[in-house]
Design a binder for this molecule. Structure first.
Ligand code: PLP
Ligand code: COI
Length: 365
């Protein structure tokens, strides 16, 4: 219980069963939205108030709303999975609630209580549960909680009022080619985040700052950009919306390396979960710095056998080839690797209720 009562305004004309079925047949990523959303407002005087479940719709904003000028905007991403018995469960929602709080702290925004975050999900799913794709496939309902500054004013200071919204979007594969390996471009010209900056927060501006380099990657014929550290432009940080893992060796002796949390990369919940699952599976895991030189040399010598990206939207996606100003190289055979696919099966099995949830990560709705 959060002490806040939610008011529910049901949609007068929600999508018909036929329209919903047409969307769920091929949901894409982030293009269709469910019938409702949750909104909760915050004012410095009253705190969080006016929690509502309301039809998904545009809303008016003051042209001087501070988010439009100085960019206080943060978000989260998590999924709700239909279980084999038809029930619904989300993956580690408490971890997303806590990360929203730490993003808020970095952006001088108020913390949304963890219980209110959880309740917003329960309230939305109570009305929009039919939008969760069927069990057994790759699809899920992607939840996008976010928060932004609403005070009207042009003085540069933290806003005194905010709005939290939760919207939901049925989602298929983030990469249209599914689990086929992606190609990446090493960005040495642009950086995503610097020490002391906002890289560890899920802050909208980080994504705005990434778009030009992402366009450069596309011009180079690559799917994604890989960010390097801001100071030396040598150490691998992460991708646009995913963390990275490197597999050394193969079979039961394989070791996994992922860049340590430098303060300028996002502490992914999938990353954290895979560190645990890889350990469970008997692999050695290491969080440390890894340079682009090491990556290239050891991929070319065959010591690095697999590389994969991981995140809520992308799940686990193999990286097959690398391009940079310094030259190109491939990883392994160019096909999804064994360790990558074994970890992917374990993670998605837990999320979809076909593997035992030994860590207690699933939260029934
Ligand atoms: N890195 C960035 C920049 C992201 O946007 C995301 C996606 O949320 C991730 C990593 C992976 O985080 P998570 O596993 O919590 O989805
Ligand atoms: C996620 O995986 O939830 C993300 O936020 C990545 C991307 C869609 C921004």
């Amino acid at each position: 219980m959060t002490g806040l009562e939610f008011t529910r305004h049901e949609h007068p004309s929600p999508a018909t069963a036929e329209a919903r079925a047409a969307v769920l047949q091929a949901p894409g990523f982030g293009v269709h939205f469910t019938d409702h959303m949750v909104a909760i407002d915050y004012d410095a005087g009253t705190g969080w108030h006016d929690a509502v479940v309301t039809p998904y719709a545009p809303f008016p904003m003051d042209p001087a709303a501070m988010v439009l000028h100085y960019g206080q905007a943060i978000f989260e991403g998590l999924k709700v999975y239909r279980q084999p018995d038809g029930s619904l469960a989300s993956f580690r929602p408490g971890a997303n609630a806590e990360r929203l709080q730490s993003s808020a702290a970095r952006l001088a925004m108020p913390a949304l209580p963890v219980e209110l975050f959880r309740e917003s999900i329960e309230q939305l799913l109570a009305v929009d549960h039919e939008w969760v794709p069927v069990a057994g496939g790759e699809d899920a309902l992607y939840l996008r909680p976010f928060m932004f500054a609403t005070e009207a004013g042009l003085g540069v200071r933290p806003s005194s009022s905010y709005r939290y919204l939760l919207i939901a979007s049925p989602a298929g594969a983030y990469f249209p080619r599914g689990v086929k390996p992606v190609s990446v471009w090493l960005s040495t010209e642009y950086v995503r985040a610097a020490p002391g900056g906002t890289g560890a927060a899920k802050f909208a501006g980080n994504y705005a700052a990434s778009l030009l380099a992402q366009a450069q990657a596309a011009d180079q014929g690559c799917d994604q950009v890989v960010w390097l550290d801001a100071l030396e432009r040598r150490y691998v940080e992460e991708m646009g919306g995913m963390n990275l893992f490197f597999v050394f060796g193969s079979g039961p002796d394989a070791r996994l390396v992922t860049p340590s949390l430098s303060g300028s990369l996002l502490p992914g919940i999938t990353r954290d979960s895979l560190l645990a699952l890889a350990t469970d599976a008997g692999f050695a895991v290491e969080e440390r710095k890894i340079s682009t030189d090491e990556w290239q040399k050891k991929a070319e010598s065959g010591e690095i056998t697999e590389v994969f990206a991981c995140g809520t939207a992308a799940v686990i996606t193999p990286v097959g080839s690398v391009k940079s100003a310094e030259g190109d190289f491939r990883i392994g055979t160019g096909e999804p690797g064994e360790v990558t696919m074994a970890l992917r099966d374990t993670l998605t099995g837990i999320q979809r209720g076909t593997f035992a949830d030994t860590h207690g990560w699933m939260s029934t709705l």
